[in-house]
Design a protein around this ligand. Structure first.
Ligand code: FAD
Length: 319
């Protein structure tokens, strides 16, 4: 077993950015002379070849499926035949809702190693070590795969750098698996209101917690976020109260701020469930009137004070 197989992901006819981040991840661990193969699986994979032809990909294999949209069982079967045909040691998938539909079954049936939500990969003589969060992101867990010939890793989005240089990889095609589709995709629903946003993909979040006091105050912080170039997020009580949509909630039962580089938490206490969605962000700035608030344990910069007074100062500074 040698080589790296990347299973690219696409939606509504467009390659998802995380697919190219997988190429960046493969580049960071590929051994000299090792091939990186990118698989495009779907109804019209040829239409995605140009977008997937970036530096670091040696070969693109297309598998044309006789179904519209996403069919997890056919994708699983297609990936298995790709593994049989190309014999890679590493199989990289996005840690995404699509991959959740087939990654575990793929690994269980093939007796492959599997780790999900991976944000670091190391490859030493002793084998592959994948790092992921554990216990609600409270600890980093290193996973190794003794005795496994094939290792499937589902990688967290927004962590690995995608290459941008174009390239001309070799093209090949594999037949669709001989399996009858059992799932029909009816299409994707667009977000339901203009207020909904994909918090996983934004780089700068201003999050408000219960310290915001009342619904009427939220608008002020929305305007402040706009002024700062941030996206407004919140803790769970704010979403539960309906002051902001659920899609803006950060944390264990909300969204993970996967692509966030700067997280400004105002009036958020720092409960474990909130930290689960943002603790990994490299620059966390916390504003809380309680010097003992847990949020300060993960913050790089902490301001013990009133979030409204800080909002005043920021509004003045940026007006
Ligand atoms: P509080 O804990 O009430 O904190 C408010 C903070 O504001 C306090 O620290 C206070 O000192 C500060 N404050 C008050 N006034 C001011 C002011 N004027 N200026 C500055 N600071 C001020 N929570 C999430 O956020 N996300 C989740 O996904 C999530 N999932 C959960 C899942 C489960 C199964 C469970 C049980 C709970 C979950 N929770 C989640 C809830 C979580 O446990 C906390 O209750 C919640 O995060 C607290 O929100 P908060 O920090 O806004 O409120």
């Amino acid at each position: 077993m040698s080589g790296i197989l990347i299973v690219a992901e696409h939606r509504s006819g467009a390659l998802r950015p995380v697919s190219l981040e997988l190429v960046g991840a493969a580049q960071s661990v590929r051994r000299a002379g090792e091939r990186v193969i990118l698989a495009l699986i779907g109804e019209d994979p040829a239409a995605l070849v140009s977008a997937a032809s970036v530096a670091g990909v040696d070969e693109i294999v297309t598998v044309r499926l006789p179904v519209r949209g996403y069919e997890p069982e056919l994708i699983e079967a297609a990936v298995r035949s790709l593994i049989d045909a190309r014999q890679p040691e590493l199989v990289l998938l996005p840690h995404s809702v699509d991959a959740f539909g087939y990654a575990a079954a793929l690994a269980a049936q093939g007796e492959y190693g599997l780790a999900t939500d991976v944000f670091r990969i190391e490859r030493a003589d002793a084998g592959v070590v994948a790092t992921r969060g554990g216990y609600g992101q409270k600890v980093n867990v290193e996973v190794d795969f003794p005795g496994k010939q094939v290792i499937v890793l589902a990688l967290r989005a927004g962590v690995f750098k995608a290459p941008d240089a174009p390239a001309s990889p070799q093209l090949s095609e594999l037949p669709a698996p001989a399996r009858r589709p059992r799932v029909a995709s009816l299409g994707y629903l667009e977000v339901s209101s203009a207020d909904d946003v994909d918090m996983a993909g934004v780089p700068f979040i201003l999050s408000v917690g219960r310290g915001v006091g009342e619904a009427a105050n939220v608008e002020r912080f929305r305007k402040l976020a706009e002024k700062l170039g941030a996206t407004l997020g919140c803790s769970r009580p704010i979403a539960d109260a309906g002051w902001l949509p659920k899609s803006r909630q950060i944390g264990q039962s909300g969204k993970t701020a996967s692509a966030c580089k700067l997280y400004l938490a105002m009036g958020v206490s720092g409960a474990i469930q909130h930290l689960a969605g943002m603790k990994h962000v490299s620059t966390i700035v916390a504003v809380n009137s309680d010097a003992n608030a847990s949020i300060f344990s993960v913050a790089r910069y902490g301001i013990v004070g009133d979030m409204f007074e800080l909002a005043d100062a920021l509004e003045r500074h940026f007006s």
